[in-house]
Design a protein around this ligand. Sequence first.
Ligand code: UD1
Length: 416
Amino acid sequence: MNSIRIQGRIALQGKVRIQGSKNASLPVLAATLLTRGCSCIRNCPRISDVHSMVSLLKSLGCSVHWQEKGLAVDSSQVRRGEMPQEAVTGMRSSLCLLGALLGRCREVVMEHPGGCVIGERPIDLHLSALRQMGVVFTEREGRLMAKASGLHGARICLPFPSVGATENIILAGVMADGDTIIEGAACEPEVISLCQYLCCCGAFIEGEGSSRLVIHGGKKLCGTDFTIPADRIVAGTYLFGCIGAGGCVLLEQAPGRDMTAVLRAAEQMGGRIYSSQEGIYVQAPARPVPMRLVTEPYPGFPTDLQSVALAVETLGCGCSRIEEEIFENRFRIVGELEKMGAEIRQENAKSVLVRGVEQLHGTHVEAKELRGGAALVVAGLMAEGETVVSGCPYIYRGYENICRDFRELGARVVSV
Ligand code: UD1
């Protein structure tokens, strides 16, 4: 199932349930390593990144099973802190195993993590923070060796609120001696989920959701039942899908409270939005209103929805400027959208100008990374005729079943 075929120009109608969050479930799964018992992680999405994390946990000695109520992880037996090469290089989020394994085994051997092809994605902030906590890093034959015989708390000032670095510090911090204080921590809802899971297991963390976190280390953690919240990025993808393709939809269980900047952008595009406990209701405008959009750390507009917003503005009734402030190289879909008739001018590495056209036309385009791939599916929904998106394994890393979900909304989308 390498490609997705889309028959465009069908307005979306109906409702769809939003899957559990990828970016919340991966660090929570890594955190199970810190407990000496069983956890049941409910609402974990069945996506390829989660399957890779499950394989990694198994290779480390955990017993992991999909059950009807959720993913059961028993971490009473963790054999060693060495991760298999292929699993680690394929998925950057496996980097959060670094903090978790240091907490559990005090020793880690791993490859340099990979991930989406969206820029260099260095890990200097992770390494420098962990060094301050007593971790010693060496490199041998391209592998990263980390040792922390005396893992201790520290006061760490992050120069940028990196999500992954914040998560790694938390994971190591709950097992360290003494308190760890993070100044300039990431405030993303997924960081809050990680703290909540750890606190349910017996950890003591203060300041969740703020940029100053205090982690009181050295507590013994037991397993727990935890429910992963709905995925705000998947919800945002379908929301912008509706704004681009037209129609009105209900995104059941979409976490509106965590999507303030996204809902504001959707309203600026002319969408009518109503958010409640039930989810988010969206009514599309006749044509998207152009806007200036800048990606920022949470609570700003998320970089993971930049490409889909860009795709929508290709049909805007005027010029939009999209600025990417988080990752370099996140405009890789521009060439693909141009094949569909979009008019986009890259001003510099961080900014593009989109001149809305009357119509996109379907053609063959290629997904080159996860979120850009999903944005091409949305562009296909907006385009006249048939679009084929290849490279879809990228999309399956984060979307359980994007074709089924859009079909529930009346679209003609199949994986081939
Ligand atoms: C996480 C998300 C990803 C999202 C991103 C930003 C997961 C699994 N992934 O990625 O979907 O797009 O947050 O919201 O949760 N940086 C450094 N040095 C470091 C670490 C990061 O320079 O040591 C830079 C990165 O290159 C990037 C920026 O900081 O430019 C943001 O990265 P970060 O917040 O760490 O993102 P991830 O945790 O990788």
